[in-house]
Design a protein around this ligand. Structure first.
Ligand code: ZN
Length: 262
């Protein structure tokens, strides 16, 4: 697939420290036209690992934005929130996430309370510092997440990543002006096509959640796959603008404050 120099493709959700065979994965994505990555660190240890990866990759022609948050599906030692605060104060971090509510693990009462408290603290930081927010809250967790967000009305640059939710919840997310992350799952899964049909073009961003797998064959995903996703979208849902262009505009609106460049 050919891309002109103005073309951007954004992968808005990558776990760089979990990817295999860096820097080849970055090179392959670059060759496929993927220009911008949002790097999701799931805590201080993950953030430091990513910093080491970035040192090794510094000669490559790519752009990235860094995000950090305490993931709701994991538990953390008490000092993690303090260390995360320190990183947000001193490092070039443009987004908080992924944070939210768990779906895939059962929490005891203490774990539930700890995650609840951390979530409020991290949303508060995003509000104070005007950072973008990446939300992990799927299936039954999406609605309680919306209720929590009613307490943070100033957070507008907010993304529900890899969303799976009932139609009425999707519609509420859209009404509030939040963004929604769509993955390569849309190429084979009817659930994701149904989600797509409800989304206005101006609210969609693309993501792989690499290396999380997207296909029943269980192969790890990589950002290069977004080139095929853009081709699929351009053929399946033709519109005035190319989907790479449209979703890149949306990602810029979500992640780039107007007073800061990239
Ligand atoms: Zn993730």
């Amino acid at each position: 697939m050919w891309h002109n120099v103005l073309m951007e493709i954004w992968d808005t959700h990558v776990h760089l420290d979990n990817l295999e065979s860096l820097p080849n994965t970055v090179k392959a994505a670059t060759l496929h036209g993927v220009t911008h990555w949002v790097l999701i660190a799931t805590g201080p240890a993950s953030y430091h690992r990513q910093s080491q990866c970035l040192t090794r990759l510094r000669h490559l022609p790519w752009h990235f934005i860094r995000s950090i948050g305490l993931h709701p599906e994991y538990d953390y030692p008490p000092e993690a929130i303090v260390e995360t605060a320190r990183l947000i104060a001193h490092e070039p971090i443009a987004a908080i996430g992924e944070i939210g509510l768990p779906t895939y693990r059962l929490l005891n009462r203490q774990e539930f309370n700890r995650n609840w408290e951390r979530l409020y603290i991290q949303l508060g930081w995003a509000e104070q510092k005007d950072l973008a927010v990446i939300i992990h809250a799927v299936h039954t967790s999406a609605e309680p997440m919306l209720r929590i967000l009613e307490e943070f009305p100033d957070l507008r640059r907010l993304l529900f990543h890899w969303l799976k939710a009932p139609d009425e919840i999707v519609q509420e997310i859209i009404r509030r002006g939040y963004f929604v992350g769509v993955t390569p799952d849309i190429t084979w899964r009817s659930r994701d096509r149904r989600l797509w049909d409800q989304l206005p073009p101006s609210r969609i961003v693309l993501e792989t959640d690499s290396p999380w797998t997207h296909h029943p064959d269980n192969r790890p995903s990589s950002p290069a796959q977004l080139a095929d996703l853009v081709t699929y979208l351009n053929h399946t849902y033709p519109q005035k603008f190319d989907w790479a262009w449209q979703t890149a505009q949306n990602a810029r609106e979500l992640f780039c404050r107007k007073d800061r460049g990239l």
